[in-house]
Design a protein around this ligand. Structure first.
Ligand SMILES: Cc1cc2nc3c(=O)[nH]c(=O)nc-3n(C[C@H](O)[C@H](O)[C@H](O)COP(=O)(O)OP(=O)(O)OC[C@H]3O[C@@H](n4cnc5c(N)ncnc54)[C@H](O)[C@@H]3O)c2cc1C
Length: 438
């Protein structure tokens, strides 16, 4: 049996293990953490369960739906998603472009006027995300909403971003849809997520249950060096291991730094890849009617978080009966807005802002609070990404190291896509081994 090593035990790593298992191969899986799951890990504390950022499964891929459902023995919740926004004291439904009803009259009139003018203007070339937003919505709406959200979520300007990540993520409405949403409080919900599934017990991490035995798991193994000539891995605990084929789901900037002999231009390219870092602040409250929405997008600069989710609404088992939970995402980026201080510094500002929004009331008791750091959160599709990524991926292809997952592919990938990317990387590793043997 070939020695196939998988770096990382998140969705990407398990996708690779699943594909190899189908060939009768048990890979060795290494993870630096004391637990498996990466970004899909869940943590239980004082009866509260929090994931590493809001995690819900909205994949439309039947095969993945069935795999996840099987992993939790069909014990999952199915819910109709309810999303809203918070902007200067208003709470429009999501997406705002279809739900302007209730916003200030001047804003609605100006936004619709600009929208119509933009649709009548001659087409202009789309050079970046800002151009795309202006062409899709007109200036007023673009600047007040998506461009503002971009600065809070992607930590750079829309002018500095490409459009290759958009897919179905941002809905381009027709004039009729905009008008209906401005006139009526009950315009239809149009979003690429309509329903989601979530494990009944144990948080999102339960979806990994049946994949864990597929690999020979080595936790507390932090990779520090790769010798691609000797096909050897070195870990911070002193372990040295050989491999015949390697699949990595590690973040590319870290992976490249560890490869002995990596050329200067590749190292430089890897450092140009931008991503966000997220401080997650988790709060438990002695009331469970905190929100009607599963998630809220926050636009205002004077509120420190960019998005809120309410984990007790994903499954009643995520909190003790009668208690509610809020998870706030506060974003930073080494490249654009470095985090200074510790994640814990954000607990009090988050609670203060939740009170200002009225989500936590005077009489509520905050019975749980903690903060966690997601060093790698969202890939930032800035204008440097495509070139830098080509250089990095080209080098890994030459070395025969198969990469996968959100931080190996360096894309805006959901759990199902990361899993499938792992399967593909394993397939690549198998093909390379077969070519060597021939
Ligand atoms: C805030 C947020 C919200 C999200 N919400 C959703 C959602 O609602 N639905 C959805 O489908 N997807 C969601 N996603 C995306 C989802 O989390 C990812 O697609 C998926 O978890 C990525 O899996 P991965 O295996 O590629 O990466 P990871 O889970 O990061 O796995 C990489 C692994 O490598 C390990 N590692 C890193 N460095 C080393 C080292 N030096 N040595 C050894 N091990 C190392 C890490 O510990 C980790 O376990 C969200 C992501 C974020 C950030």
């Amino acid at each position: 049996m070939p020695d196939i090593a998988i770096l990382g035990s998140g969705m990407g790593g398990f996708g690779a293990a699943y594909r190899l298992h189908a060939e009768g191969i048990t890979p060795v899986m290494y993870d630096k953490n004391a637990y498996h799951g990466g970004h899909t890990a869940s943590f239980k504390d004082g009866g509260f369960i929090f994931d590493q950022g809001p995690h819900i499964s909205f994949t439309k891929d039947r095969r993945i739906q069935d795999l996840f459902a099987d992993s939790v023995d069909q014990m999952y919740e199915t819910m109709q998603v309810n999303l809203n926004n918070y902007w200067r004291g208003y709470w429009p439904q999501h997406p705002v472009q279809l739900h302007m009803h209730g916003l200030p009259e001047d804003v609605i009139v100006k936004a619709i006027t600009d929208f119509v003018e933009e649709r009548q203007a001659p087409e202009r070339p789309i050079r970046n995300y800002a151009d795309w937003l202006l062409a899709s919505f007109g200036q007023t709406f673009a600047e007040l909403f998506p461009m503002q959200y971009t600065r809070k979520y992607h930590l750079t300007t829309a002018e500095n971003m490409s459009t290759d990540w958009l897919g179905p993520r941002i809905y381009r409405p027709s004039l009729e849809e905009v008008l209906r949403g401005a006139i009526s409080p009950s315009a239809p919900t149009v979003h690429y997520i309509t329903h989601f599934r979530y494990p009944r017990e144990g948080g999102f991490m339960s979806y990994l249950k049946k994949f864990v035995p597929l690999g020979n798991m080595k936790l507390n193994h932090e990779l520090v060096a790769i010798d691609p000539r000797k096909r050897q891995l070195r870990f911070s605990n002193g372990v040295v291991a050989n491999y015949d084929a390697l699949v990595s789901s590690l973040p590319l900037p870290e992976l490249i730094r560890m490869i002995q002999g990596a050329p200067r231009d590749v190292c430089d390219a890897a450092q140009r890849l931008a991503c966000s870092t997220c401080v997650l602040v988790n709060v438990g409250v002695n009331r469970d009617d905190l929100s009607k929405s599963h998630m809220t997008y926050i636009y205002d600069d004077d509120l420190c978080f960019t998005r809120l989710n309410f984990p007790h609404m994903f499954s009643p088992n995520n909190a003790p009966a009668g208690f509610g939970t809020i998870q706030a995402e506060v974003y930073f980026s080494d490249k654009y807005k470095p985090l200074t201080g510790s994640p814990e510094d954000w607990i009090e500002p988050v609670i203060r802002d939740l009170r200002r929004m009225g989500l936590i009331r005077e009489e509520d008791q905050v019975v749980f609070r903690d903060a966690r750091l997601l060093r790698y959160a969202n890939i930032i599709f800035d204008l440097e990404r495509a070139d830098a990524l080509k250089t990095v991926h080209g080098y890994l292809d030459d070395l025969g190291i198969a990469y996968c997952g959100r931080y190996g592919d360096w894309g805006y990938m959901w759990t199902d896509e990361s899993f499938k990317s792992g399967e593909l990387a394993a397939q690549k590793a198998l093909a390379a081994l077969a070519a060597c043997a021939a």
